[in-house]
Write a protein that binds this ligand. Sequence first.
Ligand SMILES: [Cu+2]
Length: 338
Amino acid sequence: MSPRRSHRLWPSGLVPVVLLAAGCGGNDQSTISPGGKAARDIATLWWVMLVGSVVVFAVVLVLVAVVLLRRRALRGAPDLEPRGRVGTWVPVVGGIVVPAVVLAGLFALTLGTLSSTSPASAGSTSLTVQVTGRQWFWDVTYPDAHVRTANEIHIPVGVPVRVEVSSGDVIHSFWVPELNRKIDMIPGRTNTVTLEAMHRGMFRGQCAEFCGLQHANMAFVVVAEPRDEFDSWLATQAKPARPPPNAALENGQQVFLGSGCVYCHTIAGTNASGKIGPDLTHLASRSYIGAGAGANSPGELAGWILDPQHVKPGNRMPGTDLTGPELQDLLEYLESLR
Ligand SMILES: [Cu+2]
């Protein structure tokens, strides 16, 4: 290969490396930028294993190089090596002692990580959240506060929160990579994971078990905030929706109550008490709609209500044929549900 050619190969060889590195940036669902204690221990274990395996690999490469060079140097020379002792202790040390030490160390470290990522026992946490996975959104309740919401879980910073997960249909898996390991959501069973955030932040979670057509659009966010903010959030969520304060919003409420929405959605404080879809009592307080399929903006909300099958094909919500003014009023009403 000429020097020029090898020179030209450099940049193209770099492309995959740069792309890989770019994937590590940002804060979205990166297990190596932990925001919780359990995730931090997982990340530490991962770094130890990475660095350890790099070291082991380098040592093996050096030994292979030494052997090859010595063989070359000795080629043709009479066999004068005192093989006996070296031939015994190299395999014993390299093949038994070193691996035993390395594996014992990793085992101990793994046991530590296992216990720090395991769920706290029922009595030891002050806050419990129940999450039910459904094709394809997350039904969230705070049983002690009588709060039901969806796709957005708030937790106070520095407080271990017991999350009890189950499923209303098929197997899903609840995973917030920056906070803890994943936990399967199995119909008829309750599994538990503890989330504890070390600092304020918005941590994205994702269904981690293939659950059908819209599995990829089954995301949620965990909002970690200081205790007082969390308390006021929870208090607001526990209230029923305000009665519409003006005629336009009242029209919007009538549109909602007069159409099929009520069969699937609940708005506390009204007659709508459907349980098939997400609770909409405080819809406007959430950042996303459709389990992360869109932002909770007026435009995307309008698009969702008119044609949810276009936004998230196959999901359980049918389209509507509201007139322009009806849709306008309905949107304003939904946006007032803070
Ligand atoms: Cu899924």
